[in-house]
Design a binder for this molecule. Sequence first.
Ligand code: GLU
Length: 295
Amino acid sequence: MKIVTRFAPSPTGRLHLGHAYSALRAHRLARGSGGAFLLRIEDIDPGRTREEHAAGIEEDLAWLGIDWDGPVVRQSERLHLYRAALERLRERGLVYPCFCTRSGIAAEIARSAAAPHGPEGAVYPGTCRPAPSAPSHPGFPRPDPDLVRPHAWRLDVRRAVELAGTLAWTDATAGEIIAHPERFGDVVLARKDAPTSYHLAVTIDDAAQGVTDVVRGRDLFAATDVHRLLQALLGLPVPRYHHHELLTAPDGRRLAKRSGAPSLLDLRLAGADPEKLRDELLGERLPAGYLTAAS
Ligand code: GLU
């Protein structure tokens, strides 16, 4: 089967060396076998997306010598697909509207002596989750009039896991992983300010675009359990995963704008040689000196 990989950045800032590393790994995996490499802009966060960053991503990749197949996919143009998937889950009573505010959730967690913690910190305490015996669950969990108030939609993860049973996925390095999505609690599948969330959109798009191999950083390793659950619930194929290590600065901190990592634009303006940079990144020799270029 032809390998299809993708690079899926969020246009919330300029790309840095960590992004370049991830894009190069995905590109090499596809091109090395005559496969396809896709570019998807994950612009579902209305508050943080900037149009100039979306344009900058294409510019930076072209500078690095990375070409992609087909048109660039924008998640903001695919909201109807995410809505339709959410609707399918809603009809099966697997999601419920959540009216909580961030501060309300934090206060509730602070009040509880033993708030469970998952891979991303304290999990949602379930304030809005309908009782399992509630007559309107499954189905439409709350009366319609409530839904004029701003609300998110959360996955009822316990019900979902009960339905899906034991699930596994494969990481190229770590091997077979048994998924434990319940560790995340009832994740948000549609935000108050957007009709989807990262978890839902990424799962649907990887399937819709025929991605066979997801190459991304280890920081998303645990979240793959949630994506695997959504694949099972929505009847989607399961890609292979390649979670790579994250680039770090010499002091061991993760590369990010705030740790002083230069953006690819900084490097380009400073006259860096893209071919050399590509070789160094793929050879996993982080170029000394680059890290201080923008500090
Ligand atoms: N859009 C995500 C990010 O920029 C990456 C998503 C993924 O590779 O699954 O962090």
